[in-house]
Design a protein around this ligand. Structure first.
Ligand code: AMP
Length: 220
């Protein structure tokens, strides 16, 4: 998306289950720029049994991060694709300070970092209802964002599934990982003056409205 000569090259930050994936998909469709989810790329690699998938499987299933070098390689390749030229949305990358530094070193100019803020108690409550499409990566929630036909992806008609790492014990481990390794990125991007916080709302459409407002402000 280009407005006032500015492109949207943004990052979604937030705890697992805060709604990064859902908001990324909405922004991607609205502005016709790709949403890049390292989590979806990793899940596809695990499903296809690639070398990278095999290396990432255990860490992902334990709720831990896969090594920086692996995800940095994925993002470097993906951002070099021509569809990223006019803007992109990063969902789930960077997740550590070294990943953010690597992104800087790729000379990728990020225009906006939006952190969706949701309390840990709410996250644990939400995760049980999450469903994902293993084919296209679309995400749903049985209560807050249901698919049109229960259990079937609206976009590609594939059956939806529950992510292995959405079980209650693993969610706790993922939240701990988030606070320890990813939350420091708020400080990293706050210092650069490109961080905005969006309070995650009960209604998905209300979070979307706040997200779109923050994006529009960043393009003024
Ligand atoms: P997500 O779908 O974003 O919740 O990611 C699912 C899992 O993939 C995470 O719990 C990590 O194991 C792995 N993962 C995704 N993105 C990253 C990243 N940027 N760095 C390290 N691990 C990642």
């Amino acid at each position: 998306m280009i407005k006032n000569g500015k492109k949207l090259k943004m990052i979604f930050l937030g705890a697992p289950g805060a709604g990064k994936g859902t908001q990324s998909e909405i922004v991607s469709e609205k502005f016709n720029i790709p949403a890049i989810s390292t989590g979806s790329i990793i899940r596809a690699a695990i499903k296809n049994g690639t070398e990278m998938g095999l290396a990432a499987k255990e860490a992902t299933e334990r709720g831990e991060l896969v090594p920086d070098s692996v995800v940095i390689g994925i993002i470097k390749e993906r951002l070099a694709e021509p569809d990223c030229e006019n803007g992109f949305i990063l969902d789930g990358f960077p997740r550590t300070v070294p990943q953010a530094i690597a992104l800087d070193e790729m000379n990728v100019e990020i225009t906006l970092v939006l952190s969706i803020e949701v309390a840990d108690e709410k996250i644990a409550e939400r995760m049980g209802g999450r469903r994902v499409c293993n084919k296209c990566g679309a995400s749903y929630h049985i209560q807050y964002n249901p698919s049109k036909t229960a259990g079937i992806c609206d976009k590609c008609g594939e059956p939806l599934s529950i992510r292995k790492d959405d079980s209650p014990e693993i969610v706790l481990s993922r939240l701990a990982t988030y606070h320890e390794q990813t939350e420091p990125l708020k400080d990293f991007y706050g210092k650069k003056g490109i961080l905005k916080l969006v309070e995650g709302q009960e209604e998905l459409s209300d979070t979307t409205a706040l997200t779109l407002k923050a994006i529009s402000d960043s393009l003024e």
